[in-house]
Design a protein. Structure first.
Length: 468
């Protein structure tokens, strides 16, 4: 304390001496006769103002330099609200951040395969999209595209031709290919549900492109309800059609479902999240080419059109299922938004991705060293992969860039907005293969970023089989 007083006194004397010397020198040089107010202002007020400003600035700088205190990550028991009058099932926001869902099964259709395992195998073997035989750019050159080679559309078109309000959709190649892929995954989902339907209710969420005409949606709803999931006729499945224009909207819907299901009193609910997209259409290619979005010899940072369909089967933790060995856990989703696009130039910053990783790992109580892989929906563009690696930093330096950092978009092409769902299916396959948690990152979109943790279900907490 005495040293502070001595320093303050010394600083005051030095400041006053300097100010007085300057002021008196100026007055003498200009033959100025100061009044009483001048003496008070220049010889008392100004030195005091300088000293006060110095101490305020110093205190502010010291405040900025103090480290932010962050609580240790862990997995505390779910805290209930302290209000005794609150509903019994009302859970605080802190508890809601630890909600999760079980991912029971995942069906996909991509140019690289029909399962997460096949996509990862294609990725690690170096398979990449090649030139298309049917699509050309504005200069007439073949376009690189991730096309499903054996997709049958003619028979589906004949089945749907008589359906009202679907003529416009069937006339678009992308729309017809989308429904053909959806038909495949919906049929496989139906097979997956056969052993799980007893005593269950089904909630289906269908992600559709935001640009689809609203008048077509009732006919599509009727098509799905008529042709699939007959095992759930009583009660019939609840079908929600959700238009989405970006991967961020899709992941937000998934996160909303995690919260809704955990707050629900229903313990026998199965949730099917399905979606499909196809960019294999010459009109889409022309639009991308006109707007500088298409990959080509002179546009290496352009996108490669792709197509895919996905169906994820989910349920609340603790619910029973008949295939516990294929189950993984999905945690809450952390989302953010970049300040600028990656293709805007400059240094690639991973600060946002790093914060998202820290968020999802902190909630789960899992350290960076326990993570076995990083699965992302990024494509061939190097700056997306660089952002992910920068976000992992030294904390994820133990991951092998080729074996453990897996950009599913590099083999599936551009399939927004469902790219993150395909990446989730791949993350599930990886977690089941090596029984270690996987971080799943969505960074294919220009600005939106999201991360979640996929982890194995401990053996002692596996859901009980229906047959036991």
């Amino acid at each position: 304390m005495n040293s502070v007083v001595v320093r303050a006194t010394f600083a005051g004397i030095v400041t006053a001496a300097i100010v007085w010397a300057l002021v008196l020198g100026w007055w003498q040089a200009n033959d100025f006769s100061p009044s009483t107010s001048d003496l008070l202002l220049y010889l008392v007020g100004i030195p005091l103002s300088l000293l006060l400003g110095y101490w305020l600035l110093r205190g502010f700088i010291e405040h900025l330099g103090k480290p932010v205190t962050v609580g240790e990550a862990g997995t505390p028991d779910l805290p209930l609200d302290d209000d005794p009058l609150a509903p019994a099932r009302k859970v605080s926001e802190a508890a809601a951040r630890q909600f999760s869902l079980l991912l029971l099964d995942a069906m996909i259709e991509t140019a690289a395969g029909q399962s997460g395992e096949e996509v990862l195998t294609a990725l690690q073997s170096g398979k990449r999209p090649g030139p298309s035989d049917d699509l050309v750019d504005g200069q007439g050159f073949p376009v690189f595209a991730a096309v499903i080679p054996d997709l049958e559309t003619e028979s589906l078109a004949e089945r749907l031709d008589a359906t009202p309000d679907m003529a416009n959709l069937l006339e678009r190649p992308a729309g017809l290919r989308l429904l053909a892929m959806l038909d495949r995954v919906a049929s496989r989902l139906e097979s997956s549900l056969e052993d799980r339907s007893a005593g269950k209710v089904l909630r289906v969420i269908w992600i559709v492109p935001a640009e689809w005409v609203q008048g077509e949606l009732p006919a599509l709803r009727g098509w799905l309800q008529t042709n699939y999931w007959q095992a759930f006729s009583a009660p019939p499945p609840e079908l929600l059609i959700v238009p989405a224009s970006s991967s961020g909207e899709v992941l937000q819907k998934l996160d909303d479902e995690i919260v809704r299901a955990n707050r629900s009193t229903m313990d026998n609910e199965l949730i099917a999240l399905i979606g499909a997209v196809s960019n294999i259409d010459q009109q889409i290619i022309d639009h991308w080419s006109d707007h500088g979005r298409l990959f080509g010899p002179e546009a290496q940072d352009g996108e490669i059109p792709g197509e895919a369909a996905v169906a994820l089967l989910l349920t609340k933790a603790g619910a029973s299922n008949s295939d516990a060995g294929s189950t993984v856990t999905l945690g809450r989703i952390a989302q953010g938004r970049r300040d600028k696009r990656l293709d805007a130039g400059g240094r690639v910053s991973g600060q946002l991705v790093e914060a998202l990783f820290a968020d999802v790992l902190g909630i789960s109580g899992i350290s960076h060293q326990e993570v076995g892989s990083l699965v992302l929906d990024a494509d061939h563009r190097s700056r997306q992969l660089a952002e992910a690696m920068a976000g992992g930093g030294e904390a994820l330096a133990h991951l092998e860039p080729v074996e453990d950092v897996l950009p599913s978009g590099s083999v599936s092409g551009s399939i927004d907005p469902i790219g993150p769902l395909v990446a989730l299916a791949c993350a599930r396959a990886r977690v089941l293969a090596d029984t270690r948690p996987a971080l799943c990152l969505s960074n294919h979109a220009p600005l939106e970023r999201a991360a979640l943790l996929v982890k194995p279900v401990p053996a002692d907490t596996q859901p009980e089989s229906e047959n036991t």
